[in-house]
Structures are given as structure tokens and as C-alpha cells.
Write a protein that binds this ligand. Sequence first.
Ligand code: HEC
Length: 116
Amino acid sequence: MIKQLPIFIKALFLIFLINSAFVLAYNSFSQSSMSGKNQINAEKLFKSNCSGCHLSGQNLIKPDKPLIGSQKLKSKESFSAFISAPPPPMPNFKNIVENPSHLDALYKYVTSLMGK
Ligand code: HEC
């Protein structure tokens, strides 16, 4: 029994190591899938609300007013002021403006793809 003890302790240590490897792997996995989700959210927001008229940053209705290079993207304030009361036929997006995390994500997404 006494001779077997070190093996038993080694086995415990091994189980502990394997277990913490799993915990570490799980943590980094859930973190990366969370940041992935944030990106998908902004992309989804854009695809479901804006792409219909602004596919790839263009303007399918008024081609001379694309998102790419738009002055309205210069600041988050000018962006949110514009999309909460845009000239028709663009609908307003008060629902997005009223949700700070959605506004933030969408603004970052649009400016990262379409520049300031
Ligand atoms: C129904 C079509 C339509 C949808 C949907 C739409 N837009 Fe627009 N958007 C327009 C039109 C048309 C204009 C040009 C308005 C004008 O006459 O100044 C415009 C202009 C803009 C401009 C200003 C471009 C410039 O420099 O003048 C921004 C920024 C913009 N849209 C962002 C968005 C965002 C972000 C969304 C989604 C949340 C969105 N739009 C959804 C039609 C649309």
C-alpha cells in the first residue's frame, strides 16, 4: 500500500493537469466564440437593415450617396443623428439608435468596412 502511494499521487496529479487543460481550453473557446458573436451581430444588423439599399457600402437608390466615404460616418454622433432622422425614402432606425450597444456595433462595422 505504501509503495503504491506515489503512483496514486502521480495519477491524481495527472488527472488534475488534464482537467485544468480542459478548463483552459473551454475558457478560451467560449471567449473566442463570444467575440465572434459580436461581429456577427453587427454584420447581421447591417445585412438585415441596411444591405437592401446599401449593398457593399453602395447606395442602390441614390448612387451618388454611398456609405463609402460618407461625411455622415465621420463621428458616431453624426451617424446616429442621420439614421434617426434620414431623408426619405431611407427609413429611420430609432430602434438601433436607442440601443447603445447596437449603435456602437453597427457604427464600428460600417466605419471599418466603409472608412471614415
Ligand atoms: C430603403 C432603402 C434604405 C435603407 C434600408 C437604408 N438606407 Fe441609408 N440611405 C438611403 C438613401 C436613399 C440615402 C440617400 C438619402 C439622401 O437623399 O440624402 C441614404 C443615405 C445614407 C447615409 C448618408 C450617405 C451620404 O453621405 O449622404 C448613411 C450614412 C446611411 N444611409 C446609412 C444607412 C444605414 C446604417 C442603414 C441601416 C441601418 C441604412 N442606411 C438603411 C436608403 C436606405
